[in-house]
Design a protein around this ligand. Structure first.
Ligand SMILES: Cc1cc2nc3c(=O)[nH]c(=O)nc-3n(C[C@H](O)[C@H](O)[C@H](O)COP(=O)(O)OP(=O)(O)OC[C@H]3O[C@@H](n4cnc5c(N)ncnc54)[C@H](O)[C@@H]3O)c2cc1C
Length: 476
């Protein structure tokens, strides 16, 4: 079916992770596409450039392990579906242990170039300030967590649902040559070698018990950014908690989270086990910038610099970017969207990306991918069956369009954004109980074997779905 020309135009609003992928898939599906992006005419609170698919915070696409990790599996599925985002990520990766991390500028430039050069895509730089014109009958709205206010308000009125905002956070970035390597050292946790990595991809800073205690005290006492009035009643998303909020939850919380000291040995003092460790991950291809993993914060800039410079190895750290906080915008999708991601109240509008209630770069791009395929099918006057629920893409779609059960408590609605995870997948009909040698699986071995079996099932079901419903270019 791919390659069939169509006179129907697909309008994609927002050229972030989801919109860029959606435009690519619809164009590859034979449609003419107009991709509307407001930057640089109008910027968001977090974007810095006019590049398409700009990464606003971390440069990581997280685990690339398709056998054991749900987001790694999603990577593999997207590659099989000819994803532009994954192609650009693979071509611009930087070392990051078991994760797929990218050079953010090279990545964004590759996506921008591919979309510019596509013969069926036109890029229109301008803000869409209300509901799209009535004659746009095949629209994908992918304007993300920082959707501009006039469009967000128009959608709110149409859906009669209050947009829910919550905090998301940016981790600080440090200039590599200001880190004291006579104290810090390079090592990936458990020396794990990932794509483009060496097993020594992170910079580690060790803390003694006294240093850790003093650090936690300083976080608790440090002056925080005041909440704006419209932000005060919004809850944090648990996957992106500010470091000082984690510290407030208990003195040991950070040692079991971003500062856990496991899988690492300090070569400067190999016999002494650090009480806590701060990890920094390479942020650009040149290797000149490193980000403080998990250190998103709402501390004010002055206290941030002061407190982070008490970390051994960072005493003279210079920050290329300090941490910050941003809002998010997403729909109550299980109620508002149909299984094809169309707004029930106005089906010409389809939604994609973080607005639908997924979380993360990869997840947003994957929902853009399927929205692009759905839109191309609509343009041809056909309908595309949804991917099986046993696949990572199908499982995530299930969360968005129906997997969630609404709770009955009063207060904020219960549907919340989610990263892809194995908890969203249907159970295996017969979970593995034995190893290949016939001996019984024990403890954690069962969980590992179950995940691996789910991954095998997902890829085989996806391949069947592709051959039944799509003809795609050869897998990347
Ligand atoms: C501050 C912050 C930090 C984040 N950090 C991470 C992270 O580290 N890792 C991670 O995996 N995820 C992170 N996320 C979550 C999320 O996955 C990303 O925001 C992701 O980019 C979402 O993809 P998207 O395509 O839905 O939106 P975006 O990538 O934001 O793309 C939306 C696009 O729409 C444009 N736009 C908005 N309104 C209009 C309009 N009216 N007309 C035209 N264009 C418009 C914007 O300029 C933007 O280019 C973060 C989110 C935020 C807000």
């Amino acid at each position: 079916m791919i390659g069939t020309p169509s006179s129907d135009t697909v309008h994609v609003i927002g050229a972030g992770l989801a919109g860029s992928e959606a435009a690519w898939q619809a164009a590859e599906g034979g449609c003419r596409v107009v991709l509307h992006e407001m930057r640089p005419v109008r910027m968001t609170e977090a974007h810095r450039t006019d590049g398409l698919a700009e990464l606003v915070c971390s440069n990581s696409f997280r685990s690339d392990d398709a056998a054991n990790n749900a987001v790694g599996l999603l990577h593999a599925e997207m590659r099989r579906l000819g994803s532009l985002i994954m192609r650009a990520a693979d071509a611009n990766q930087v070392p990051a242990g078991g994760a797929l991390a990218v050079d953010r500028e090279g990545f964004s430039a590759a996506v921008t170039r591919a979309l510019h050069e596509h013969p069926r895509i036109e890029i229109d730089r301008g803000e869409i300030t209300g509901l799209p014109p009535a004659d746009w009958n095949n629209v994908i709205v992918a304007t993300g967590p920082l959707t501009s206010a006039p469009l967000a308000e128009a959608i709110r009125q149409l859906t009669d649902e209050n947009a829910l905002a919550f905090f998301d956070a940016i981790a600080p970035i440090v200039h590599r040559d200001t880190i004291d390597m006579s104290i810090a050292w390079f090592q990936s946790r458990y020396d794990k070698v990932g794509p483009g990595g060496t097993g020594a991809d992170y910079i580690n800073c060790p803390l003694t018990r006294e240093q850790y205690d003093a650090f936690v005290d300083a976080l608790l006492a440090g002056e925080k950014t005041e909440f704006k009035e419209w932000e005060t009643s919004t809850p944090y998303f648990d996957g992106c908690l500010p470091i000082e909020v984690m510290a407030e939850r208990g003195r040991e919380t950070l040692r079991h989270g971003p500062m856990k000291p496991v899988g690492l040995t300090n070569p400067h003092d190999p016999t002494v086990k650090p009480y806590a460790i701060v990890q920094l991950r390479q942020d650009n291809k040149l290797g000149t910038l490193y980000n403080m993993v998990g250190f998103q914060t709402k501390l004010k800039y002055g206290p941030q610099q002061q407190i982070f410079r008490t970390i051994p190895g960072l005493e003279k750290a210079e920050f290329a970017r300090l941490g910050g906080l941003h809002r998010n915008t997403f729909l109550n999708s299980p109620k508002l969207l149909d299984t094809q991601l169309r707004l029930r109240a106005e089906p010409r509008l389809r939604f994609a990306g973080q607005m639908t209630g997924c979380e993360g770069y990869v997840e947003s791009a994957s929902i853009g991918l399927i929205a692009g395929l759905y839109a191309a099918a609509d343009a041809r006057g056909t309908s595309l069956e949804s991917p099986p629920a046993t696949t990572a893409l199908g499982a995530l779609l299930g969360h968005i369009t129906g997997g969630h059960i609404e709770t009955i408590e009063q207060g904020s609605r219960s549907f919340q954004p989610m990263n892809v995870n194995f908890g969203l997948f249907p159970l295996l009909a017969s979970p593995p109980t034995k190893k290949p040698d016939g001996s019984r699986l024990r403890g954690n071995e069962k969980t590992v074997a179950k995940r691996q079996a789910m991954s095998v099932r997902a890829l085989s079901d996806l391949d069947r779905w592709i051959s039944d419903h799509l003809r795609v270019p050869a897998a990347a």
